[in-house]
Each structure stands twice: as C-alpha cells, then as structure tokens.
Design a protein around this ligand. Structure first.
Ligand code: ADP
Length: 513
C-alpha cells in the first residue's frame, strides 16, 4: 500500500471527521481539513498533498469542481470527488478536471480504500510517464540529428528542432502533413527523388531497413541546382537517413521514426583531415630534406678531412728546397681520389634518398673491406688501434652499389674508432670478419670500445640520435637505409669482451641470376 498525505475538503464537519478517521486507519496522513473551495486551493499550495478528497458541494462561492480544476492546473495534484448524488451534468463538469475517481456518499471504508489506492497508483504511473516523456523530449532536443515522428498514415506527428531547421518547417506547421510535402529526399548518387522512407517501412514491414544517403531539399522544394555546403556541389543538405517502425502492443506498425544525420560537418572534417595528411606528407618531405643535408654533411666530412690533411702534407713537401716530386705527386693523387670519393658519396646519398641503388653491380665485399680499412689507415694508426680481419666469405660477392656499401663499412669502422677514443682504454682492437651461410653474407665489425651500456640498440639507428658532442647522428641511420635497400639486415649487440658488435647480413642469392 502507498501511504499518502491527504487533504480533505468537506463542508459537513461531522462527515469530514469521519473521513479523517477512516483515512488515518488506512495508514495515510491527513495534512489538512477544509470546508471551502478557496481555502482548499490555499491549503493545497501550502501542504502539497499527494491526494485531495474533494466534496463537490461546498460552502462559499467556489464549488469543489472549480477548486479541483485550479488545484490540478497549478499543482497537478490528483483529486477524488466525494458526492452524494451523481447527475449527468455534474459528472460531465467534474470529468473535465480529469479527476482520479469518485466516491459516493455515504462513504464505505473498503470502497474508499480501493479508490484512494487506485488514485495514488495512477498518480505514480502518470508521474513516471511524464518523466519519461521529459527525458525523450530533452534527448530529442539535445541530439544533433534531425528526428521526425510519423503516425501510421505517414503524417508528421512531431519533429525536433534540428529537423525543423533542416526541413524549414516548424513542428506545429508540419504536424498532420504527409511527409512528402515536408521535404524531398534525392538519392545522393542518381539525384532522383527517393521513395518516402516511412511508407517503405510500413509497406515492407522491415523494422529498421538499412540507412540511405540522400540530399534533403527543405519544404518539399524540388528546385535542384542550389548547391549545399558540403563542398560536393550537390543540391540541399547531404544526409544519412534512417527509419524505424514504431510497433504497437498488437505488433502492428503504429508509426515511424525518421532520423537524419547531417553529413556536411562530417565531410568537412574528412576534407580537413585529407588536407592535414597532405600537409604532413609535405612536412615529412621537408624533414627528409633536412636529414639528407645532415647525411651529406656526415658522409662528405671524412673525405674532406682526408683532403685537408693530404693538402697539408703536399704543401709541406713543396716547402722543401728540393721537394720530392714523386712523394708529392702520390699525396696529390690521394687528394684527387678523396675528392672523387666525396663526389661519389653525394651522388650515392642522393640515390639513397630516392631509394634506388645508384649504380648496381657485383661487389667483392672482402676486397671492399680491405680497401676501406686502407682509407682510414691514418686514423687507425693515430688512435693506436690494432686491426684484425678474418675475411672468410666465399663467394665474397653481393649485388649492389659499391659506393653505398663502402659508405656502410666506413661508417661502422669510423664509429668503432670513435668508440675507442677514451684515453684510459686497456685494449684497442677492431675486428672485421666476413662469413657466408644461411643464404647471406655476414660482415661483423667488433670493437673493444665503450659499448652500448643499457641503450636499446634500436635507438642508435634513429636519424639524428647521437651521444657525441659533435656528432650528427646520421651514420647508423644511413647505414641501415643502405642495408635495407640491399635487402639485408643491420643489427647492434654487445661485444664478447666489452665493446660492441655491428653485424650486416646481405643476401647473396638475389643477384646471382
Ligand atoms: P654519430 O656517430 O654522429 O653519433 P651514428 O648514427 O653513427 O651517429 O651513431 C649514433 C650513436 O650510436 C652514437 O652517437 C653512439 O652513441 C652510438 N654508437 C654508434 N656506434 C657505436 C659503437 N661502435 N660503440 C658504441 N656506441 C656506438
């Protein structure tokens, strides 16, 4: 049972007391007793009761029906009429105030109990319904989609504000009109008028057919040609239409809900995303240009330094009163060779940036290693590094670009030399080994230098990563690009006796055709 706060309005005080006793016995609370309509309205405002038991005949100007009307209008408090007689005219007047029940005098407790309970249940379920309607109204008002509700004949029942804006009608204007006179939907592709979606749902019995893409022309305006704002040049508004049937208790279609999502914004965002991606690609190219410049600087540095050193030696020879022309010529030849190498390096980096081997051919890797070590002989001697080579690869050939492969080995050897620069290093040993096997040719460059500490070896290969004060951080990134371009792998790992190992594996099979 629902226990309620009740206001009793009855001009016969004895009857009023009697009702009060009965109501209290039922477990309800009587919040007030009134003998006139005016006072009843006042008390209802003041106490906000859950229910009013209202005699129709009252003292004073205002009868119970008028008092009930005012209470209902202002407070939505349910009223149950008490009456000794029920002639048609009175009942009709009373009915207009939507009473929650009638109690015939003399009042009997069981009847009263039932009517009060029914009234309270009805009030509770009405309140629930009103709340649920408010929820739907708030939802429909706040979503960005247009929503139109149609009755079973396809006439508009309701539309939310977004649908009003899209169709150009107010909900009140559109109410009762057939959907086809409210807007026209053209097939987005063919630009032909689409069938009335709600009629389609009713006819096919499909509960929720697949959505369709349309151009919505407001107010049934078929004057095509006025371009919408989604940049496609099509008329009207680009929308995605969805339609669902509303099914009643008997399982029959009682109406339909049409939902339109405006695609204009979505398409603008997609367009903006495309532009952003294009910008990003451009920025990526610019970054690559920066990396390219850094790469050229890095790779050309070694031959340039050699040229400067040899030029100095050359000048020294020439400053002797009787210069040894043979020696001077040899040094000058070295200058020419290094300058040519610098030019080759620039060309090969350019090719690398285009991701093509510049000048593919058969390269003897063992011979290339010997030649490369010769290039850095002076640096190795200055750094007091012993070099051990064990060039076992047989056959020693790989198919690729000679200059790029030389750059690769040179980078690994130069890094090894730099890793052994610390003055207090007990051992300075560079070991270069080649082996064949597993369908590939492996080159191991091992040093006894500072090692990789706890650094993740993969980090070393990132462009611009360097731990050296004057480093560019390009050597390993270029080296990996070269190896990958030749279909191989380049990895780093800790050495067997401290130091580190860089291992290149190049495929030999690929070029053997
Ligand atoms: P850079 O030599 O200009 O620093 P690299 O890309 O050649 O650029 O090398 C990146 C980093 O990898 C170096 O700064 C160094 O920290 C580390 N590294 C490279 N080779 C070795 C090596 N043989 N031993 C230890 N660390 C190395």
């Amino acid at each position: 049972m629902i226990a309620a706060r009740i206001l009793i309005v009855e001009d016969d005080r004895i009857v009023a007391r009697d009702i009060q006793n009965q109501v209290s016995r039922m477990g309800h609370v009587v919040v007030g007793l009134s003998t006139s309509g005016e006072e009843a309205v006042r008390l209802a405002v003041h106490h906000q009761p859950d229910l009013v038991l209202m005699d129709i005949r009252l003292d004073g100007e205002m009868d119970g029906i008028e008092a009930a009307r005012r209470i209902r209008e202002a407070q939505r408090i349910p009223v149950v009429f008490l009456t000794a007689y029920a002639n048609d005219e009175v009942v009709q007047r009373a009915s207009r105030t939507e009473p929650f029940g009638y109690l015939l005098k003399p009042l009997e407790e069981p009847q009263m109990r039932t009517v009060i309970q029914m009234a309270l249940y009805k009030q509770a379920s009405d309140a629930k319904l009103r709340m649920s309607e408010r929820r739907y109204a708030a939802t429909l008002a706040s979503i960005r989609d247009g929503v139109i509700l149609c009755d079973r004949d396809g006439r508009v029942d309701f539309m939310n504000r977004v649908a009003e804006a899209m169709t150009g009608w107010t909900a009140a204007e559109a109410a009762g009109r057939p959907l086809t006179s409210v807007f026209v939907a053209l097939d987005e592709e063919t630009q032909e008028p689409q069938e009335d979606f709600s009629a389609l749902v009713r006819r096919s019995g499909a509960h929720a057919p697949p959505e369709r893409l349309s151009r919505l022309l407001p107010r049934g305006d078929t004057a095509a040609g006025r371009a919408g704002e989604d940049g496609t040049g099509g008329p009207g508004i680009a929308v995605e239409e969805r339609c669902s049937a509303i099914i009643d208790d008997r399982g029959e279609v009682a109406g339909s809900v049409l939902v339109f999502s405006d695609l204009t914004q979505r398409r603008r965002v997609a367009e903006a995303l495309r532009t952003a991606q294009a910008d990003l690609a451009h920025a990526g190219r610019l970054t690559m240009m920066g990396e390219l410049a850094a790469a050229v600087a890095h790779e050309v540095n070694q031959p340039l330094m050699a040229i400067v050193t040899n030029a100095g030696t050359c000048l020294q020879h020439l400053s002797h009163p009787e210069p040894d022309l043979g020696k001077t010529r040899a040094v000058a030849e070295r200058i020419v060779r290094d300058a040519q190498r610098a030019g080759d390096v620039v060309r090969s980096i350019h090719a690398l940036a285009r991701r093509t081997p510049a000048d593919p051919g058969w390269v003897d890797v063992n011979a290339l290693i010997v030649e490369t070590l010769a290039l850095v002989r002076a640096e190795l001697r200055r750094a007091r590094i012993t070099v051990e080579t064990d060039l076992q690869a047989a056959p020693p050939w790989v198919h690729g670009d000679r200059v790029q492969l030389q750059q690769l080995i040179l980078n690994l050897v130069m890094n090894a030399i730099e890793a052994m620069a610390a003055p207090d290093l007990p051992l300075r040993r560079l070991c270069v080994v080649t082996t064949s096997g597993d369908g590939g040719l492996a080159v191991r460059v091992e040093d006894s230098g500072s090692g990789l500490a706890d650094t993740d070896p993969e980090v070393l290969f990132r462009a611009l990563y360097t731990t050296k004060p004057d480093g560019l951080g390009m050597g390993l990134s270029i080296s990996r690009s070269i190896v990958e371009l030749h279909g191989g792998r380049l990895t780093a790992s800790p050495g067997t006796q401290g130091g580190s190992v860089f291992e290149v594996v190049l495929p030999v099979a690929q070029g053997e055709t």
